[in-house]
Design a protein around this ligand. Sequence first.
Ligand code: ADP
Length: 482
Amino acid sequence: MKKILIANRGEIAIRVMKTAHKMGIKTVAVYSEIDRNAPHVRYANEAVYIGESPSNKSYLLGDKIIEVAKELNVDAIHPGYGFLSENASFSEKAAKNGILFIGPNPHAIRVMGSKLAAKEAVKNYNIPMVPGIDKAVTDAKEATEIAIKMGFPILIKASAGGGGKGMRVVENEQHVAEQMERAISEAESSFGDGSVFIEKYISSPRHIEIQIMADTHGNVIHLFERECSIQRRHQKVVEEAPSVILTPELREKMGQAAILVAKSCNYVGAGTVEFLLDNQNNFYFLEMNTRLQVEHPVTEFITGLDLVALQIKVARGEKLNIRQEDLKIKGHAIELRVYAEDPLNDFLPSVGYLEIYNPPKGDGIRVDDGFEEGMDIPIYYDPMLSKLITYGATRAEAIQRMLFAIDNYHIKGVKTTLPFGKFVCQHEAFTSGNFDTHFVKNYYSPSLLQNEMKDKAELAALVALKLYLEDKAQLRVPSILS
Ligand code: ADP
């Protein structure tokens, strides 16, 4: 493998290129109109313009990207996450054109891309699943009957769902029909597939996922868990590894279940098997993501492995040279997704001009980003600015480093989730490890954050005043001269 094309942008494109360059592999970037001067374009050995700014006119143009890859004699395509990463026909077309897709086979992508098909595939492997139905429903009356039998609250979910979209919690039978209509229409507009199904709503769950890696020789290993329970709108904001809640026995059980899920679809490459864990420590299979996950750096920190390097090696047909029994968790890592969003205003996107952008540096601090000072944050794509990851020998040290890193991350021009990350890391529920996916609902309110920010601003003003008065005192002209 001499040259790979990265069919993505921003931090993940750069992340993949870093490893490729380390492995002596040349890289090709693709870019849209608005990304002409983006760092990922400069980071690559070659870069090709592929179209206008909206992603359906650039980063989602599979055929165009394959054409570029052929023209430039590219050996493989890395899709990153999002965009074409879970598009089975894209991976198929790449293969037909003699280009390796760095990811699983189209069959695995197809099966795991549909939550219903995924449930069907793992049915015979004795993997616990969230109680629910295993087929799509369209009729509100039928759905209401199912829900009554199951017991409220229930969750209506889009089979093709992702990013927390097309999901509706329903508390009682009066609201089934109306919420179903909404879920179907959201699923249709977001995924072009309106199939929805019903799951029991687990009342106080934690989101725990297992990283797996599989080669083409039948070896599948798991790289432990990531805890992703701190979410807003059913989407992750803070992730960590390991999870405080897992015992070695439960970790092993969930790890083995994840390996079986991978085996159920002849999986190859890096993948993530997501579970919900209830407050009795029962775990349930949720779905599998057939790509590199946003939060993969926390796993890299605690295992010392480079997941992109492993993806590339496995795609080249190499055997995994790591045995499960040799893997050990070392230390603790936390990731904060730094979104250009306003935590004081319902986490709404806050795109604009990056007037100041100065990321923190230091021991145990990693920043994966794709922006720099003086750039505009485009409205066309996910508003994630960067990922701030900290590592420590213990969880307390990782949290301490996260607080230090947040205080030393200077961004002006857009609102970000940095103050929210600080709120989380200082909250007793988080530091004690006693939290679930309802952290935001249970403990967070914009006014609390506003007070904290106000206190900080007041403190900063007082410090500035003190320094000013001290300076003034020192500068006072000695009376002998006056
Ligand atoms: P998506 O593919 O949209 O990310 P997931 O199935 O992965 O959807 O679920 C995303 C989040 O939604 C989970 O992490 C969890 O917080 C919540 N969730 C999903 N299913 C359930 C359920 N049955 N009960 C309670 N919460 C759920």
